[in-house]
Design a protein around this ligand. Structure first.
Ligand code: 13P
Ligand code: SF4
Length: 376
């Protein structure tokens, strides 16, 4: 067995998934919020039922205010599958828009207002890299390994998972995807988020079965010992969620009487263990929506969602889990409302920009992986 050296592979870990980055025309750069809102609303009136806007919970206020549906990754993929508009404008990041393109009908077009909205975690598991790791790991075992990829990955990796009998999951159904994989095989390779993988393994009582695979390590772990375990976790992570520490949970409990803590499962294991509730961005929303007036909830996720919750539920005392240190997601932030105005006005004038189109050879298989998720 040769030790894996990722430098040998031609991986393209560039920040941007798509290279046709278009600059925002200068006339859109200095719009006031009122002017922009009027122009967006006028374009939407012209487009009517031809367009639907989907917005992730982490989008800025000025985007979610114009969205027809705002939700977590799972809900947005269901909305995309159900949409019958000719154009789906996605307020989110490239992997989400790719999934929408895979799931929508061929005569529907998915547009992402800014091509710079690329999730760094999705870039941490390039299909080429995964292919190489797969060969190394599966060469060391006769057991059936089923790959499961988090939605936060690109279409080529989703296609790879389908080809190997695996599927996609989101933070709301990772445990069901693990069960699907372990019902059909002996081991699961989970990509790219090690924290969601670890939290899911704990939820299923598989904590003794965890091994890690770091594709960037100068000397990779010994594949033969890694495959002795039933849950193999790729070493990816989200920098927004890794920032939260157990000490933040302790501090917020000291600062606020009767505070409850809700966190996203992309947080470190010890943060999840210290919290009261863990779940997807939809679960975080529901938790605050169901709180009683006067309750205090500390929110361990991206800061825009914490801010939305404070606005949407003024009767609840909503505090960010790590105060001013809570981060916004740089990828989500690329969807500037001025880009939304530009994309919509251009569409209303019959011009398409920033179309997300998954290559046909990946699309069919990626759809299999997404359909398996939608069916579990
Ligand atoms: P959700 O599926 O919970 O919305 O999470 C998506 C995401 O990117 C979290 O960082
Ligand atoms: Fe990616 Fe993290 Fe942003 Fe989610 S919050 S889109 S995982 S970088």
């Amino acid at each position: 067995m040769t030790a894996m050296n990722t430098a040998e592979f031609e991986t393209d870990l560039s920040l941007f998934k798509y290279d046709h980055l278009e600059q925002l025309p200068p006339e859109y750069r200095g719009l006031t919020e009122d002017a922009r809102t009027n122009r967006i609303e006028a374009a939407l009136r012209t487009l009517g039922d031809d367009v639907v806007i989907l917005g992730h919970n982490y989008q800025r206020r000025e985007i979610v205010e114009h969205a027809d549906f705002v939700g977590d990754s799972y809900q947005l993929s269901k909305e995309a599958a159900a949409a019958d508009a000719e154009y789906v404008v996605f307020g989110g990041v490239t992997f989400m828009a790719e999934s929408a393109d895979v799931i929508t009908d061929p005569d529907q077009t998915v547009l992402l207002p800014s091509m710079e909205a690329s999730c760094p975690m999705a870039g941490m598991a390039e299909a080429l890299q995964v292919d190489a790791a797969w060969e190394e790991l599966t060469a060391e075992t006769d057991a059936d390994v089923i790959p499961v990829t988090y939605m936060n990955s690109y279409a080529d990796l989703k296609a790879f998972c389908a080809e190997q009998g695996g599927l996609v999951c989101t933070s709301s159904n990772a445990h069901e995807a693990f069960e699907y994989a372990l019902d059909r095989g002996d081991k699961v390779l989970f990509l790219p988020d090690k924290h969601l993988g670890e939290n899911t393994a704990h939820r299923l009582g598989l904590e003794e079965e965890i091994a890690r695979w770091d594709p960037w390590a100068a000397e990779s772990a010994d594949a033969s010992s890694v495959v002795e375990n039933d849950v193999i976790l790729w070493d990816g992570y989200c920098q927004v969620h890794e920032r939260f520490r157990e000490s933040h949970v302790e501090s917020v409990r000291e600062e606020h009487d009767d505070v409850d803590v809700v966190v996203h499962p992309e947080c470190r294991r010890e943060v999840v263990e210290a919290a009261d509730v863990v779940g997807s961005t939809a679960t975080i929303r529901e938790t605050v929506a169901n709180a009683d007036a006067g309750d205090t909830w500390a929110i361990g996720t991206e800061i825009h969602l914490a801010n939305h919750l404070g606005r949407w539920h003024p009767e609840v005392n909503v505090v960010p889990l790590c105060g001013d240190a809570c981060m916004d997601c740089n990828a989500m932030r690329q969807i500037d409302p001025n880009y939304l105005a530009w994309i919509l006005e251009e569409l209303a004038a019959g011009r398409e920009h920033n179309v997300i189109e998954v290559a046909p050879e990946e699309k069919e298989l990626a759809r299999v992986a997404l359909d398996r998720m939608l069916e579990i």
